[in-house]
Write a protein that binds this ligand. Structure first.
Ligand code: FRU
Length: 508
């Protein structure tokens, strides 16, 4: 049981209310970290959580995130929480704008939780969850979740609406009612919201509104698959390639073979477009969006040219990340473009990544034994491998983040005998989250050629298999001089082609 009184002993509603020297202490600790990312948005200090309000407005992409700036402060451990704002012209260079919202009203005193955004005329409308508690003079605190509204103007100033849009808790459900994702359909506004039923199962509700002020509950989305988990967080719904896509984060799933191995999961289901009258969503089984160790709380937006782009938190809750020692943690994934192929969700790094390309390295060769690939002295690259073989028992290994002796590395294994792709983190620097296993894998079709693309940053790898059919998002903490890449084959002859683009740091 979380001791709420202790958690909120030093509750403040604004960073400005904290002595400056305490804030400076946090900022200075972060500077000491050797693991800073170059092309990913990460927390300036304290903890970064879910991406929020991902949108395009006033000539910029806007991306906010959950921010707990004093999360790792000691003596005292302050609690302050809100949304931090970044904006970008091109999805790759992000400017830190600053805090967008703080926990400074009665409805969000204990946290400006997750939410979303939609442009309305010359304003950006934000819909989010405010967390507060009652019964705080007893040991039995009750959560009071309200869905709240705010407007951001063209100068990036946010004004909160005074009255809640939806007051919770609502009848039939517990206090776990949060993460509204707003969208427009047939001239009406809709919001899909995560919730827990009184029977302690997770689901999502749809609300509708004509004017953004009064919201009516349409009902629960019914699915043909069994709803598992005790709470569904961070839902999203969108239409893509003539299909409906539901994203949700069911908490409390049992792991099943190689699936659902992380502490918490982020899933998708593809089906026919949602019928907004009866709210029945028929789809095949749901799947994990990402097969790696570190992926949660996805949120999508639609670009002016019609692409559906995904952001997510490159972490999971409960992580004992080595970054906390430097008083910061958490980053967002590199934005991904979504599409659907053969009923599967396909993810690719956004094409704007080419704006970061500097030096290129490429080669096409038959690799048999251990071979080092020379590709610069820094782990910040877009790496594309094409591995082909006629040998059904070939096993190819790609080691990234390797030291010179190649005794420490993140290992990728292509096993043609088992038709599996495997990632092993066990020897990749600092061990963390090991209680959830050190290996992740997926099936590979028995094809002659397999493509592997890796977006590598100082402390992460996002690995795209066969043009984005499977993705593995992984944090890795190795010393800076572990920038080597080795390739080898254990059985048979394999042709390995590669193209590697070094990436410049994002401008911010
Ligand atoms: C998911 C989540 C959301 C909530 C937010 C609070 O990571 O628990 O459900 O709105 O984080 O930071």
């Amino acid at each position: 049981m979380i001791n709420r009184r202790k958690q909120f002993e030093y509750l403040v509603s604004n960073l400005k209310d904290i002595p400056e020297e305490n804030v400076i202490k946090e900022k200075n600790s972060v500077k000491r970290s050797p693991y800073h990312q170059r092309i990913h948005i990460e927390s300036l200090f304290g903890m970064l959580g879910d991406p929020n309000g991902f949108s395009y407005f006033n000539g910029y992409y806007h991306l906010f995130h959950q921010w707990f700036p004093m999360k790792y402060s000691i003596n005292p451990n302050y609690f302050q929480q809100g949304w931090f704002h970044w904006k970008s012209k091109n999805l790759v260079d992000w400017i830190p704008v600053g805090e967008a919202m703080n926990n400074d009203t009665v409805f969000d005193k204990y946290g400006v939780y997750s939410g979303s955004a939609i442009p309305i005329n010359n304003k950006l409308f934000l819909m989010y969850n405010g967390n507060s508690w009652t019964n705080t003079d007893t040991d039995d605190w009750h959560r009071v979740p309200c869905q709240l509204g705010a407007y951001m103007d063209e100068n990036d100033n946010v004004t909160k609406m005074i009255h809640p849009l939806i007051k919770g808790p609502i009848s039939g459900y517990t206090g776990h009612f949060r993460d509204p994702k707003i969208f427009k359909k047939n001239g009406k506004y809709y919001s899909i919201i995560g919730v827990q039923t009184k029977a302690k199962t997770g689901t999502v509700l749809i609300y509708e509104s004509q004017n953004l002020k009064s919201w009516n509950k349409v009902g629960e989305v019914k699915t043909n698959f069994e709803k598992k988990g005790y709470m569904w967080e961070c839902p999203d719904y969108f239409e893509l390639d003539n299909k409906g896509v539901l994203l949700f984060c069911p908490q409390g799933l049992q792991s099943k073979g190689n699936r659902f191995l992380n502490a918490f999961q982020a899933c998708y289901a593809i089906g026919n477009k949602l019928d907004f009258r009866n709210l029945y969503f028929e789809s095949k089984e749901y799947e994990e969006i990402d097969s790696g160790f570190d992926f949660y709380a996805p949120q999508t937006m639609s670009t002016p040219d019609g692409r559906r782009i995904l952001s997510a938190w490159m972490s999971i809750m409960n992580s004992n990340s080595p970054l906390t020692k430097y008083h910061y943690d958490g980053c967002l994934i590199f934005p991904r473009e979504l599409s659907i192929r053969n009923g599967k969700l396909i993810q690719k790094p956004v094409s704007e990544i080419t704006k970061l390309y500097t030096t290129d390295y490429m080669e096409n060769k038959v690799i048999s034994k251990n071979q080092e690939i020379v590709a610069g002295l820094i782990n910040c690259r877009d790496i594309k491998f094409d591995v082909s073989t006629k040998d059904n028992n070939a096993i190819s290994i790609i080691d990234l983040f390797a030291n010179r002796e190649n005794t420490s590395h993140l290992r990728l294994v292509l096993d043609k005998m088992k038709n599996r792709f495997i990632v092993q983190r066990i020897k990749a620097g600092i061990e963390f989250e090991d209680e959830f296993g050190t290996e992740r894998s997926c099936n590979l079709k028995a094809e002659k050629s397999i493509s592997i693309r890796i977006i590598q940053d100082i402390s992460s790898a996002e690995i795209f298999i066969n043009n984005g059919e499977n993705v593995f998002t992984i944090r890795v903490f190795v010393p800076k001089d572990q920038y080597h890449i080795f390739v080898k084959n254990l059985n048979g002859e394999v042709n390995v082609q590669y193209k590697i683009h070094q990436l410049r740091e994002m401008n911010s």
